[in-house]
Design a protein around this ligand. Sequence first.
Ligand code: NAD
Ligand code: TDX
Length: 353
Amino acid sequence: MSKKKILITGGAGFIGSHVVRRFVNEYPDYHIYNLDKLTYAGNLLNLTDIEQKSNYTFLKGDITDAHYIQELFGAYNFDGVIHLAAESHVDRSITNPLDFVLTNVVGTVNLLNAAKHAWRDTLDQHLFYHVSTDEVYGSLHDPDTFFTEETAYDPRSPYSASKASSDHFVRAYHNTYGLPVVLSNCSNNYGPNQFPEKLIPLCIHNIQHDKPLPIYGKGENVRDWLFVVDHARAIDAVYHQGKVGETYNIGGFNEWQNLELIHLLCDVMDRKLNRTEGTSRNLIQFVKDRAGHDLRYAIDATKIECELGWKPSLQFAEGLEKTVDWYLDNQEWLQNVTSGAYQHYYKEQYEAR
Ligand code: NAD
Ligand code: TDX
């Protein structure tokens, strides 16, 4: 029997690389095609351990190119799609919203059109999985409320508006054309291979170089953090056991105020770098708040726990320790991604704050 062909988009990025690794290693009977444009956030160094595997193929391509995507589906006859490719950073969406519309909305619709066409006579043998975010639900103010799968959408940044729009298109293709889809909305991920524009790796990098740790506003915003490998496990569960047409919220039941989280990270870094306690905390600098900064995200992950038997495997302290160790052990990776264009981004983003 021929191997099942699965297209994973955005597989050279942070979460995508962990998903690709999991599927290549766990499912030798699948052939995994990783489609990625290799933007600033895509990095093949994330996948050196699996690049030689016989059930893995990398395809460099852009999901905004409708013609290319149609041809790709015609050529490979994919059984399933796990779609992660996106512009993913909220701050960049505030300066360049259109990039987010193009990749996250138009790119997703291009993939949906190609799947609808290629799968038209065998719809029930396929699955289109859209990986999305908790940010589509908006901002929570009451500490006792959580986002459930029934929470109304209320996106408030250009990034979350683009992800909400792509979620709506995925559901519309299910409703209108019968495309078999499944979706998940996950909280903030952290772990190895995350680009140092996001809070945790940015602070790890800055602490190492004795640079200020920029905390937006008063550092009171709350996020729910999940170790990236646990998100990859959840994606595996949703792809294999999720019900067609359904949405699953994924989260860590692990809420932290930004300032508390950075205090904890500083203490871990002081210990790892043999610095006197409190050294890294002295680098904290409160800077101008993010425009439209959502106060709190918190996921209720009861559905995926009860229906698919998934729950996080790591405690936060252990996950953070692993993350710090990974960055300290992978200086070449960090140097590679923080030279060149990153310097320009950093200056633009932080010098005026
Ligand atoms: P990332 O920015 O690290 O990676 C995105 C990947 O997509 C990169 O490899 C990039 O090269 C690729 N890409 C971008 N534009 C492309 C295009 N036009 N064509 C093909 N490839 C393109 O993002 P991430 O943090 O790994 O997030 C992956 C997905 O998970 C996104 O859809 C994001 O919305 C979602 N998500 C992220 C988080 C999080 O905390 N990071 C949480 C929930 C959901
Ligand atoms: O320098 C910083 N200082 C700071 O205080 C940065 C980069 C962030 N922050 C704050 C903003 C947020 O409250 O830290 C929190 C986390 O920020 P990010 O790491 O930028 O993540 P967030 O904006 O919460 O979005 C993330 O989670 C959901 C991902 O980037 C999204 O792709 C995902 O969908």
